[in-house]
Design a binder for this molecule. Structure first.
Ligand SMILES: Nc1ncnc2c1ncn2[C@@H]1O[C@H](COP(=O)(O)OP(=O)(O)OP(=O)(O)O)[C@@H](O)[C@H]1O
Ligand SMILES: CC(C)(CO)[C@@H](O)C(=O)[O-]
Ligand code: BAL
Length: 280
C-alpha cells in the first residue's frame, strides 16, 4: 500500500507531480467503490497516479447542496492509499479560484450543456468544464479517467479535450453498481431506507429498456417507463439518444439516460444498448 503525498497548494502539486507520465482521476471526495474502480482503472495508465478531491462551488447553483455535500477526507485518503494513488491534490477554494468566484474567462459547454442535466442545472456544466480545465492545467495529466455514471459530463469533457486540443486522453469507466443495480453515488447516502428501496427503479427501468431494445426505440421507452411509479419517483427525464447524445437512430448503438429525484437527492443513471428496428 502506498502513502499518497497530499498536495494542498499549486507549488506542492507541481513538486509532487514530478516529470513522469500522469494518470489523473478528478473527484469531489466522499469516495465509494465507483471511485475506487476509476482509480484502479487509471493506475496502469500513467507512471504517477494523481487523484483530486475538490468540491467545486461553481458547478452548484444557489440552493443546491454545496454546503451539505459529504466531506470525508480521512476515509478518502485510505481509499486512495489502497488503490495505489501517489498524489492526492486537495486544494482549498482560493487555490482554484484565486480571484474569487469571478473568473471572467470560463469554458462554454455549448449546446450539449443545455440539454438533459443542463436543462435542470443551466450553470452546472460551465462550472464543471471550467474546473476540469483548471485541474488539467495544474495536474498536466497524460490521461484522465471519468465515470460513465455521469455520461453527459464524460461526453462534454471528451469534447472539450478534443476541441480545445488539451493534449489529455479522456477515458471512460463503466458504472459500478450496488448488488441490486443502484448506481453508486456519493449522494446515495442522503436516501432514507424507503427511498433507497425506491431508487432501484432507475436501474430496473434501464434494464427493462435494454431487454426491449430489439423491438426499437418506442418499445425501449415504453418498457422503461412502465417500471417507474411516478408516485414514488419524481422523474426529470428518461430519454434515448445516440452515443454522442444526439437523436437515437433505429438499428444503431444508443444510450438510455434517466434522472430523477428520490427524496432529497437527484439521481442519474444510463446504459448503452443497440436498437433494433429499421434504419431510416
Ligand atoms: N458508480 C460509479 N461508477 C463509476 N464511476 C463513478 C460512479 N460514481 C461516480 N463516478 C465517477 O467518479 C468521478 C467523480 O464523481 P463524484 O465525486 O461527483 O462522485 P459521484 O458519486 O458522482 O457524486 P454525486 O453523488 O455528487 O454525483 C466522476 O467521473 C464520476 O462519473
Ligand atoms: C469532474 C468533477 C470532479 C468536477 O468537479 C465532478 O463534476 C465530478 O466529481 O463528477
Ligand atoms: N458527479 C456530478 C457532480 C455534481 O452533481 O455536481
Amino acid at each position: 500500500m502506498t502513502t499518497p503525498v497530499i498536495a494542498r497548494t499549486r507549488a506542492e502539486l507541481a513538486a509532487a507531480r514530478g516529470t513522469d507520465t500522469v494518470a489523473f482521476v478528478p473527484t469531489m471526495g466522499a469516495l465509494h467503490d465507483g471511485h475506487v474502480q476509476l482509480l484502479k482503472h487509471a493506475r496502469p495508465l500513467g507512471e504517477t497516479l494523481v487523484a483530486s478531491i475538490f468540491v467545486n462551488p461553481t458547478q452548484f447553483a444557489p440552493g443546491e447542496d454545496f454546503e451539505d455535500y459529504p466531506r470525508t477526507f480521512d476515509a478518502d485518503l485510505e481509499r486512495c492509499a489502497e488503490a495505489g494513488v501517489d498524489v492526492v491534490f486537495a486544494p482549498a477554494v482560493p487555490t482554484m479560484y484565486p480571484s474569487g468566484m469571478v473568473d471572467t474567462v470560463t469554458v462554454d459547454p455549448g449546446p450539449l450543456g443545455t440539454i438533459l442535466e443542463g436543462a435542470t442545472r443551466p450553470t452546472h456544466f460551465r462550472g464543471v468544464l471550467t474546473v476540469v480545465a483548471k485541474l488539467f492545467g495544474l495536474v498536466r495529466p497524460d490521461v484522465a479517467v471519468f465515470g460513465e455514471k455521469d455520461y453527459q459530463q464524460l461526453t462534454l469533457i471528451r469534447q472539450m479535450a478534443r476541441e480545445l486540443a488539451l493534449g489529455v486522453e479522456v477515458v471512460g469507466c463503466p458504472t459500478v453498481r450496488e448488488a441490486d443495480g443502484l448506481a453508486m453515488s456519493s449522494r446515495n447516502r442522503y436516501l432514507t431506507g424507503d427511498e433507497r428501496e425506491t431508487a432501484v427503479a432507475l436501474s430496473a427501468a434501464l434494464r427493462a429498456g435494454v431487454a426491449a431494445a430489439a423491438d426499437g426505440p418506442d418499445a425501449v421507452l415504453a418498457a422503461a417507463h412502465a417500471v417507474i411509479d411516478p408516485a414514488d419517483v419524481d422523474l426529470d427525464y428518461l430519454v434515448l439518444t445516440d452515443p454522442e447524445l444526439g437523436p437515437a437512430v433505429p438499428g444503431q448503438d444508443a444510450r438510455l439516460l434517466v434522472a430523477a429525484r428520490v427524496g432529497k437527492p437527484r439521481l442519474l443513471d444510463n446504459t448503452g444498448l443497440t436498437l433494433g428496428g429499421n434504419q431510416p
